[in-house]
Structures are given as structure tokens and as C-alpha cells.
Write a protein that binds this ligand. Structure first.
Ligand code: BES
Ligand code: MN
Ligand code: ZN
Length: 514
């Protein structure tokens, strides 16, 4: 991953491939943001005028590259838009800084070193810039032989434009100040883990099978001092995990349930995180039509987020126990697949009539929620690319939050906001429960189409242990980004929910939550 360093050098004298400066929208044209004073001086104080002449406005995400004047060591100045100028006495805000740094880092892909001279008055600002730069520099290159610009010679290309910026130097951040150092360390660990989740999501399903996913968790567990336990298909069948077994039985790649545990000797609370890990969702016998299955390698994004968050908690040494449950299966149609109409006996003992095999996520999550509940954690949060209905409701950038406790739902919403992730609280209206009534089993796996995301949430609620505080994050929209990259969000896997889960663990450690 891209390396991060803090430096007290001047933007004029530091050796780098480019100096990144901020430009905001002023009342009468672009305004150079603080942090860029030395650069502006090298332009004889005319940087704003030069930028305006070049057509820059300071709008969010706008990138303007210009040759550096003599007086700067770096050959290029990259001006990145911060959006509106903040009110007097206020900063740009963490998210504007994150996005600007991300857009700049992406625009510098293929370069070695970027010197970031953005406004970082506080350690919190420095954290935002660091996080944005390290996330924006991300590229998924594991399956690339060439730079994709037509050489097609099958050789790794040294000039590959998809090669992430190698080094980010933050200027204006105090390298010896405790708060700045801590901010840089946190940003490095957090970005590495968000990028871990992105890599997993982007890895195609032929390589990321449930078994391969479990192996990756075991490897990381060794590296970071976590406990890892894996139930294979035999153990799942023997243990009565009807949901995981039923969903996984149609595939040549059998299911797994992974328990990853981070513990701290001084921890007072235990947080359980449960992730949907469908390594490919074909829909099963209720097969998805063409046009709906091309991105379904992303259906393990919840498990990827949980995995990454547990490792992040360990790397940050948080004073809280965090247990991650990865419910891994591949949903495929075959002669051994579960049929619509089959009844599964779940780990909880409840029976479920599977009326639609494409509503598989709730089945694997149900078993993992029951299992997680046995350990009586203080709270359970599950994360899942669960329903298309949530995408229709909230769009592609916002995840829905449902919960069995309104105060907890509100808290998680606030925590997501702090972490820089867009989310919205959703209800669990109890009148929708009866739409899942089944004539043969305790309940069916589908109900009313209207409010489909909430129906799915109500299904999950049935499998959460009595008295345990629980929230469900439906990340079907933001988990996988199909449009052009923006800010620090790349195409493909986004690492959605990782930052929220880590913040939640930090808040739990601090005793701010239930
Ligand atoms: N994995 C899908 C949900 C999904 C859709 C995630 C699009 C990301 C993008 C899930 O397993 C699914 O198929 N849900 C069905 C449920 C329905 C059959 C009740 C859906 O939303 O259509
Ligand atoms: Mn499905
Ligand atoms: Zn699915």
C-alpha cells in the first residue's frame, strides 16, 4: 500500500513528483486554501489568477495540473477542488478534505511521491487528508498484465497508470506532535483495512471461494494475533446450521462459518460483528436474469467489512473485545441445490420455507446471528448486501440501518456520519412480519415486496437472541461502485461499512455505548 509520512519541510523545498494544494470556490473565483502559501509565493502570489485562467473554479473533485515555476523542487503543482469556502472560523470539514485528498491521490497514480500541502490545522484535519489520500490511491491490479491502454503485450508495465501513488507526504502536519502521529498511525491502519475489504470484494468468485476466504482470515489472524475458528461443510451439517448448509449445498465450493476473535485484557465490552459472505450470488434455482448477476461477486462485502474491522481493532489495540462472524457460501443452482418450497431447519431450531432461493443472505446470516447470540455480546451488528429494495430506497451511496433498539440505531447512524459514511435509519414495521407467515414452516424467507429491505430486516430480527441489542446495515447500494471513481471512492469494491464498524468499536471501547 501507499506509504504515509509526516513532514515539516516546506512545499518549496521538498523533493516530490507533485505538490498538491487545495483550491476552494470563492465569491469572485477560485481561492487558494491555506497550506499552499509557499507554492503561491513561487507564483509571485498569482496562483489564484493562474488557476482561474486555466478554468479552475475550486469545485469539489476538480483536478488541475500545472507546471511548477522555478522556486519549487517538485516539477508539477496539482490543485484539487475543496468545494465551497467555509464560513469564517470553520474548517473545510473532514469529508471535503478526505475527498479532495482522494481525488488528488488518484490523479497521481503512476507517480512515486506526492507532497500534500492541503489545509491541516488540526490533527483531525491531518487524519482526514491522510485517510482520503491512502484510500484514493487504491487500485486493484492483481489481475492486470498491462496498463490497459492497448499495448497488450502481456508484460507488467512499469509505467502502468493503475499503479497506486507510492508515497504520500503530509506537509504542515507536525511530525513530532503526539496527536498528529496518532492520527497518521490510525489512518494508515484504517486505510489498509478498508483496502483489504476492497481487494476481497474485487477478487473474482472463481478465486475467492468460501474456503479461500476462510484461509485468508486464518492467515490474517496469525499475523495480527487473532483467534480464528472455521467450521467446514461437515461441521456445519453436523452442527445443525441449516441456513448455511441449505444455501451452500448447490455449489461445488462448500460453505464455511468463520469466527475471528480479537480480545483485549482490559476490555469491558464485547461487540459481535456478523457479515454476509456470499462469494457469488447467482440466485440459485430462482436464478437471476442476465443483467443482474454481473457484479454478484460483491455479495460477500459484509463479511469482508467484518473481517477488515476485526483486524483493524487489533492493529489499533482497542480496549474492547471484537468477535467477527463470516457466513460464507456460494449460491448456485444445481442438482444438489435447495429448491423453492424446501424447508430448512435453522441453527436456532426454527424452520424456514425457502420460497425464493435468491433471498439467501438472510438464511446464512440467521445461523450466524443465532450462533453469535450464544456468546451474549453487548451488541451485535450485521452487515450485508441484502436487498435490491434498499438500493431503490436509498440509492447507491447510502446504507440503511435497522435495529431492535431505537437509541442504538440513532447511535450507529451518528457513528457512521463521524466515520465519513452515508447512512440512514430505517424502520422495522411489525405489521410486515405476517407477510412471511408460511403454511408449512415457522416462517418463509420472503414476504411482501413493498418494503422488501425492511421485511429482510424483520426476518433477521427473529434470529437475534433475546435481550441483545442488534443493528443491521444493508449495504447493497454502497458496497460496489459501478460509476466513475469520485473522491476517495474507486470503481468496484468500496470497503463500505469498515470505517463505521471500526468507529463503533472505538466508541464501545470508550464506554460511549450500551
Ligand atoms: N445479493 C442480493 C441483493 C443485492 C442486489 C445486492 C443488488 C447488491 C446489488 C440478494 O441476495 C437478493 O437477491 N435479494 C433479493 C431478495 C428477494 C428475492 C426477496 C432482491 O433484493 O431482489
Ligand atoms: Mn440473492
Ligand atoms: Zn445475495
Amino acid at each position: 500500500m501507499t506509504a504515509l509520512t509526516l513532514s515539516s519541510s516546506s512545499a518549496a523545498t521538498l523533493r516530490a513528483d507533485a505538490v498538491v494544494i487545495g483550491v476552494a470556490k470563492g465569491e469572485k473565483g477560485p481561492v487558494v486554501a491555506s497550506g499552499a502559501e509557499a507554492v503561491d509565493k513561487a507564483f509571485d502570489g498569482k496562483l489564484a489568477t493562474v488557476l482561474e485562467t486555466l478554468g479552475a473554479t475550486g469545485g469539489e473533485g476538480e483536478v488541475t495540473k500545472l507546471p511548477a515555476p522555478s522556486g519549487l523542487k517538485a516539477p508539477v503543482v496539482l490543485a484539487v477542488g475543496l468545494g465551497d469556502t467555509p464560513d469564517k472560523g470553520e474548517g473545510y470539514g473532514a469529508e471535503a478534505l478526505r475527498r479532495a485528498a482522494g481525488a488528488a491521490a488518484r490523479a497521481l497514480s503512476g507517480s512515486k511521491k506526492g507532497a500534500f500541502a492541503l489545509p491541516v490545522g488540526s490533527a483531525a484535519d491531518a487524519a482526514a487528508v491522510a485517510e482520503g489520500a491512502l484510500l484514493g490511491a487504491y487500485a486493484f491490479t492483481a489481475y492486470r498484465n498491462s496498463n490497459g491502454n492497448g499495448t497488450g503485450n502481456g508484460k507488467k508495465n512499469a509505467d502502468d497508470k493503475t499503479t497506486p501513488l507510492a508515497e504520500v507526504t503530509l506537509l504542515g502536519a507536525k511530525p513530532r506532535d503526539k496527536a498528529f502521529k496518532a492520527a497518521a498511525e490510525r489512518a494508515t491502519a484504517l486505510a489498509a483495512e478498508v483496502n483489504r475489504a476492497r481487494d476481497l470484494v474485487n477478487t473474482p468468485s472463481n478465486d475467492l471461494t468460501p474456503k479461500a476466504f476462510a484461509a485468508a482470515a486464518q492467515t490474517a489472524a496469525k499475523e495480527h494475533g487473532l483467534k480464528a475458528e472455521v467450521l467446514d461443510e461437515k461441521a456445519l451439517a453436523k452442527g445443525g446450521y441449516g441456513g448455511l448448509t441449505g444455501v451452500g449445498q448447490g455449489s461445488a465450493n462448500p460453505p464455511r462459518l468463520v469466527r475471528l476473535a480479537y480480545t483485549h485484557p482490559k476490555a469491558k465490552k464485547t461487540l459481535a460483528l456478523v457479515g454476509k459472505g456470499i462469494t457469488y450470488d447467482s440466485g440459485g434455482i430462482s436464478l437471476k436474469p442476465a443483467g443482474h448477476n454481473e457484479t454478484m461477486k460483491c455479495d460477500m462485502s459484509g463479511a469482508a467489512a467484518v473481517f477488515a474491522a476485526v483486524v483493524a481493532a487489533a492493529r489499533l489495540g482497542l480496549e474492547v473485545n471484537v468477535t467477527g462472524w463470516l457466513a460464507l457460501a456460494e449460491n448456485m443452482p444445481s442438482g444438489s441445490a435447495t429448491r423453492p418450497g424446501d424447508v430448512l431447519r435453522m441453527y436456532s431450531g426454527k424452520t424456514v420455507e425457502v420460497l425464493n432461493t435468491d433471498a439467501e443472505g438472510r438464511l446464512v446470516l440467521a445461523d450466524a446471528l443465532t450462533r453469535a447470540s450464544e456468546e451474549k455480546p453487548h451488541a451485535i451488528v450485521d452487515v450485508a448486501t441484502l436487498t435490491g429494495a434498499m438500493i431503490l430506497a436509498l440509492g447507491n451511496r447510502t446504507f440503511g440501518i435497522m435495529a431492535n433498539d431505537e437509541a442504538f440505531r440513532t447511535a450507529v447512524h451518528g457513528i457512521a456520519e463521524e466515520a465519513g459514511e452515508q447512512s440512514w435509519p430505517m424502520p422495522l414495521p411489525k405489521e410486515l412480519r405476517k407477510s412471511m407467515d408460511s403454511p408449512v414452516a415457522d416462517l418463509a424467507n420472503i414476504g411482501e415486496r413493498a418494503g422488501g429491505g425492511l421485511v429482510a430486516g424483520l426476518f433477521l430480527k427473529e434470529f437475534v437472541g433475546d435481550g441483545i441489542t442488534w443493528a443491521h446495515l444493508d449495504i447493497a447500494g454502497p458496497a460496489f461502485h459501478e460509476g466513475a471513481p469520485f473522491g476517495y471512492t474507486p470503481k468496484g469494491g468500496t470497503g463500505s461499512a469498515v470505517r463505521t464498524l471500526v468507529r463503533l468499536a472505538e466508541r464501545t471501547a470508550a464506554g460511549d455505548l450500551a
